[in-house]
Design a protein around this ligand. Structure first.
Ligand SMILES: Nc1ncnc2c1ncn2[C@@H]1O[C@H](COP(=O)(O)OP(=O)(O)OP(=O)(O)O)[C@@H](O)[C@H]1O
Ligand SMILES: [Mg+2]
Length: 326
């Protein structure tokens, strides 16, 4: 079976500006040579410390941030799309098939639009309905699915709680019936009990619609409950990618092990894992030669300082490390 999303050798850069007026603009890679295959209908968790490039990768997958090298290929139900080679028409089709769920339900909803208009906006922007009544029906249908009170659709967002606002965001993201969603820290701003309800809702809709989700989060216990697979990022690179249970029960990369070790409650094999994370993450402007994790790794050897490991299949994991124990 071919993957739903296939990312090959992806680099995404940002500008560092110029040192002086007379010098050239400098760039750095926030995402560096990423390879990733995502299967249809999966929820893939993306974890890693702040600044590791998670949001940048998510935005590149949505076509919201240009990339400078490599490729992103989607196998949608109605045909495949290569993001580096999009015509205007294909770009419009693509935009209807992918969506972002906003990070912050307090600031992301326009305070001057009614909830009906907020939810309807993607449909209207993409010209996907023929009449106002067709749009209204679609809004009501998705609002019900997201457990919103349809008698309150003419209200403004300020009269809703954080959890309800996140349901509005989700309804808006789903109304155009996308096939792929990036949820970037979508429940991080909510209380734990409200988070659980939102995640349950998202999972049941995901199941029903056969959605594929990239779920970006700092919260490993949320990732362990919600995701099917987990990709671990460090300094712009994916260092490990495996089914959720494999990641949590038998993490292979020293960085994954250290990340899990920092959360004892979700790590039943704590005694097998020696080290927690020490030291600072190196500057992304000054990525070391060889393995990106070398400065913090307890298993580092000279080889790690010379050769950059690529992601290799190891049991059911893909791991970028040359010192793996069985
Ligand atoms: N618009 C931008 N211009 C320049 N640099 C940026 C921009 N956005 C992000 N960066 C830098 O790119 C790197 C990756 O950032 P990104 O936001 O993708 O990380 P992240 O893993 O999502 O972090 P967090 O967990 O804090 O959300 C960081 O060094 C960040 O400072
Ligand atoms: Mg981010």
């Amino acid at each position: 079976m071919s993957s739903f999303i296939k990312v090959n050798n992806l680099d995404v850069q940002y500008s560092r500006g110029r040192r002086s007026l007379f010098e050239k603009e400098e760039f750095f890679k926030a995402v560096d040579n990423v390879n990733l295959s995502i299967n249809k209908g999966k929820i893939v968790g993306l974890v890693g410390e702040s600044g590791s490039g998670k949001s940048t990768l998510g935005r590149a997958l949505l076509g919201a941030k240009e990339f400078h090298h490599g490729s992103i290929h989607y196998n949608f139900e109605e045909g495949s799309i290569d993001l580096s080679n999009l015509s205007k028409k294909n770009l419009r089709d693509f935009r209807s098939k992918v969506q972002l769920i906003f990070q912050d339900p307090y600031n992301s909803l326009s305070p001057r639009m009614t909830v009906r208009d907020i939810i309807a906006e993607p449909l209207e922007a993409l010209g996907m309905t023929k009449s106002k009544s067709e749009t209204d029906n679609r809004v009501i249908e998705i609002a019900q699915k997201c457990q919103l009170n349809i008698n309150h659709l003419n209200r403004f967002p300020h009269s809703f709680s954080g959890g309800q606002r996140q349901r509005i965001s989700i309804a808006r993201s789903l109304i155009a019936q996308p096939e792929f969603i990036v949820a970037d820290e979508s429940v991080a701003a909510l209380d734990v009990s409200i988070q659980a309800g939102i995640l349950q809702l998202l999972k049941s809709i995901q199941n029903e619609m056969g959605l594929t989700i990239m779920f970006i989060s700092h919260d490993l216990s949320v990732i362990s409950n919600f995701c099917d697979e987990v990709a671990v990022m460090y300094l712009g690179k994916i260092v490990e990618y495996a089914p959720k249970n494999e990641i949590f029960l038998t993490p292979k990369h020293p960085y994954t092990q250290a990340l899990l070790n920092a959360v004892p409650s979700i790590n039943p094999h704590k005694k097998n894992i020696q080290k927690t994370l020490e030291g600072e993450i190196p500057s992304i402007y000054d990525r070391p030669q060889g393995c990106v994790f070398q400065s913090r790794c307890s298993k580092v050897t000279d080889q790690c300082r010379q050769n950059e490991p690529s992601l290799k299949k190891f049991h059911n994991h893909e791991v970028a490390c040359i010192n793996l124990d069985d």
